[in-house]
Structures are given as structure tokens and as C-alpha cells.
Design a protein around this ligand. Sequence first.
Ligand code: SMG
Ligand code: MG
Length: 369
Amino acid sequence: MKIKEVEIRTIELPLVRPFRTSFGTQLERPLLLMKITTHEGAEGWAECVAMEAPLYSPEYMAGSQDVIERFLLPAIFEYGDIRPEEVAGALRPFLGHQMAKATIETAILDAQLKLDGISFGSYLGANKEEIDCGVSVGIANSIEALVEEVSQYVSDGYRRIKLKIEPGWDLEPVSVIRGLWPEIPLQVDANQAYTRNDIALLKKLDPFNLLLIEQPLDEHDVLGHAMLAAEVETPICLDESITSFEAARDALAMKATTVINIKPGRVGGYLESVRIHDLCVENGIPVWCGGMLETGIGRAANVALAALPGFTLPGDTSASSRFFTRDITNPFVMEEGRLRVPTGPGIGVDIDHDFIEEITTSRKMITAP
Ligand code: SMG
Ligand code: MG
């Protein structure tokens, strides 16, 4: 496939409610969108999951755009005729920037699969037509507000609740929510907010029958997670630390994680995600698909990935309405706590061009030389 031109837009979507984590509060979702057009006449879409500021990971929107324009796209153009499976290799000389690389690989994959008439799910190896949905619940202003928000999600049908935690907002919210919903699958996510000194505190979460504790310590403290995992009964699940197949392999070898959150952007794309999935299946490690407040474009691909056999836990693959009143594609609507895996070619969603135009904050066209 030969790329003719690439459109890079930044858009800004309002959120239905603020989303607070241990590292900050988001009021809207600004993000980078990529559309590629190929000489064969195909179009491929992808979104870059980097946030506006480097708070979740070192990558950030403007940085991703810069590395895409300055290094990654020129390397792809120079490669010439390219298959999706060749993208990671072509970009390997440039270190890091997995989210930027994932954006390019995904757009190329979408275009190729549209040409071939194959859906993302079939290509990746999905064996389910629909997937179970979980929801990630931000840190609330009060316990009452948290209970109200969780009640809403439970009545919407979500099959798993994830509470964001941080020091000072952990044991109490968990014990209240577990008390009100004794049976619901429940997990927590600290986004690196604790240290090795908090092992005794995190052990106090054991009685609440949580599915897992997600990324309690610094992303680089894989050994600390192994030490913690040896002390607590609740399974430890790494998110931020897993930036590649190799990182997953090593974290498993160190027993730092017994569940893995796979986020395609964080690991450099869907093909690397499948490699991590396969590794986890071989090792009997359950995986689930994380979320980065994706629009319907990223969500479509995530839902396809989450339909692979090793994804045995509900992911942060929520309905479009969890974050947005209007999505930039046909919305993902949950039925009985499940989303249908798109079956059309490529990511298999319809793009709402008018709405994208309305919320565009910048637009750039790059033509291949
Ligand atoms: O897309 O449902 C979603 C968000 C899920 O909590 C979520 N993501 O660490 O897992 C995580 C966070 C990262 C983004 S927080 C701004
Ligand atoms: Mg997380």
C-alpha cells in the first residue's frame, strides 16, 4: 500500500462529567486524529491516545504530533509500498513514542483491511461477537457523589466497576461501594500514586474481594510491584509499566503482575497487543483491554481486540455515552452490559465528518513526496 496523503487534526470533545484520577482532572478530551489516503483509493483512520499533558505517560499530544511529522511519517514515506505488518519495523529506529507509532500503524491497518474487505476483529483473531463492558469511575468530590455515579453505571448494566484511588481516597470508597454491591466485580486503579512504603495500607484492600489493584506504584518500579504482589492477596495488574511485549514478558517473569491491562496505544499498536495477548494466554495470565477516553474510532478497534479469546475480564470498553454526549462515529451503545464487535471492513464504523469539522481545533495536510 502506498500512502498519498495524511491529514492530522486536533479535536476537542467535551466530557459528560469531569474525570479525576490521581494525576489530575480532565474536563474535556482533546486528541489527535489521523486520516491517511492511499494510492489504491483507501482511507484509514486512527486516533492517538496521548493526553494533552505528559501525566499518564511521557507522551503528550503536541509531542506525538511533532514526532509523527518530523520522523515517523518521513520514514514511512521513504519505505514506499508498505504492509501494516511492516510498520513497526520501519519505525523501530526511533525510540519510544509508542502512542504516535500506534496511530500510524492503526491508520495503515484500517486502510489495508478496508481494501481487503476484512474487519479488525477477524484480522486480529476475535472469537466473540460481543464483549463485556466495565466502567472506570473517577475520584469523586464526596462519598455520596461516588455512590450516585456508581448507581447510575450499575443500572446502565456495566458488568464491572473500576474505582480510581489515591492516598486518602482508597479504603473508604472501596468499603462503601463493596458494602452496597457485595457481588459486583470491582477493581481499583491508582495510576502510580503509592510507594513501596504503602504495602501495609494496600494489604488492607484484601478483605474487599477485588479483582485486582491496577498500577499502584511508579511505572519503573516493577520490582516494587513484585514485592507488593508477594505480600497482598489481591492480584496486581500492571498498566503504565507495560510498554511492550518485552516489558510484559519481564514483568511476568518477575511475578510483578498476574493480570495485564493491554492498551494498544501504550504498547505501540494492535499487532504488539496481540503478541502480548498470546504471551499471556500461553502463561495462563488473564488480560483485559484498557481505555484512554477514546472516541468511536479508537473504541471500535479496542472492542475488536477485546473480542480475542484471552480477554477474559471486562475492559474499560464502555459505551460512547460514558464520556461523550455525541461521538465522532456512530455511537457504541451498550445492551445488557455488552458492546457488539463491528463487523464491517477495517474498524467498521461510520465517521461523522460534520461533527469532526465542528470540533476541529487545527488541521494539517501532509502529502507524500
Ligand atoms: O477510556 O474508559 C476509559 C478510561 C479508563 O481509567 C481509564 N484510563 O489508567 O487506566 C487508566 C486510565 C488512563 C486515562 S486517565 C485520564
Ligand atoms: Mg490504569
